[in-house]
Design a protein around this ligand. Structure first.
Ligand code: NAP
Length: 246
């Protein structure tokens, strides 16, 4: 079993999750790179970690599947002994105006973003409670704080992640487990690459710092929250958004 801290990053095959996985590995953690469908991309992240002298493994799990999450977390503990850091990053969008939004689009986004976060906390907290220590970081969004036309499902899921974060922080603090959320603004990833140039320009105009952030900007914050330097911080929602929501 690795001597390093064991970090689990959901949705680490691409975008923000990938950057967090690379950064936590650089900081010395053994990183479990989770993916849902993009196996090759996840393996490339693991290979990059190893090339830089780090250690990691690739594990598939659909975070929206409660039973699969229970089995996955058990497998992690039986293989690697414990879970020190859990980053609930996996997320999807299915945008559309409220009045035209299908039941399926609403359910899929809530089930992946909110229930997926609950599922992973539910089963990763067990070994953390036994160890009397742990750190959980949930990916929220500025949209979960401020709302956004065309994203009723996504905004509701991220507002839910914020409530879940604060509740988990209150319930788990006495067990030595810290739980925080990051609320990114517009970050350059596959998720935002689908936006038209017109929407990107209009969005950038709402950002006091004037430009989209990079996945590494979010990874820097995640690395801090996962570190001992953040040992007195729990239950917080920290924005990484160029000043978009103040
Ligand atoms: P992305 O580039 O679209 O990547 C999404 C990641 O989530 C992929 O690794 C994907 O895995 C994984 N995923 C999706 N559904 C999953 C499931 N059911 N089980 C396991 N993994 C799943 O997204 P991103 O922009 O990096 O966003 C990462 C997180 O930050 C999300 O929670 C998102 O809501 C949040 N966020 C992003 C922005 C932004 O501007 N980009 C802003 C605010 C918040 P596969 O590749 O295997 O499908």
């Amino acid at each position: 079993m690795p001597d390093r801290k064991i970090a689990v990053v959901t949705g680490a095959s691409r975008g923000i999750g990938r950057a967090i996985a690379l950064r936590l590995a650089k900081d010395g953690a053994f990183v479990i790179v989770n993916y849902n469908g993009s196996r090759e991309a996840a393996e490339a992240v693991r290979d990059e970690i190893c090339k830089e002298g780090g250690e990691g493994a690739v594990m598939q799990c659909d975070v929206s599947d409660y039973a699969a999450c229970e089995a996955w977390m058990k497998e992690i503990v039986s293989t690697y002994g414990r879970i020190d850091i859990l980053v609930n990053n996996a997320g999807i969008t299915k945008d559309g105006l409220l009045m035209g939004m299908s039941e399926e689009a609403f359910d899929q986004v809530i089930t992946t973003n909110l229930k997926g976060t609950f599922n992973c906390i539910r089963f990763a907290a067990r070994p953390m409670i036994r160890a009397k220590s742990g750190c959980i970081i949930n990916m929220a969004s500025v949209v979960g704080v401020a709302g956004n036309a065309g994203q009723a499902n996504y905004a509701a899921s991220k507002a839910g992640v914020i409530g879940l974060t604060k509740t988990a922080a209150k319930e788990l603090a006495s067990r030595g487990i810290r739980v925080n959320a990051i609320a990114p603004g517009f970050i350059e990833t596959d998720m935002t690459s689908v936006l038209s140039e017109k929407v990107k320009e209009a969005s950038a105009a709402q950002i006091p710092l004037g430009h989209f952030g990079k996945a590494e900007d979010v990874a820097n914050l995640a690395a801090f929250l996962a570190s001992d330097e953040a040992s007195y911080i729990t239950g917080q929602v920290i924005h990484c958004d160029g000043g978009m929501v103040m």
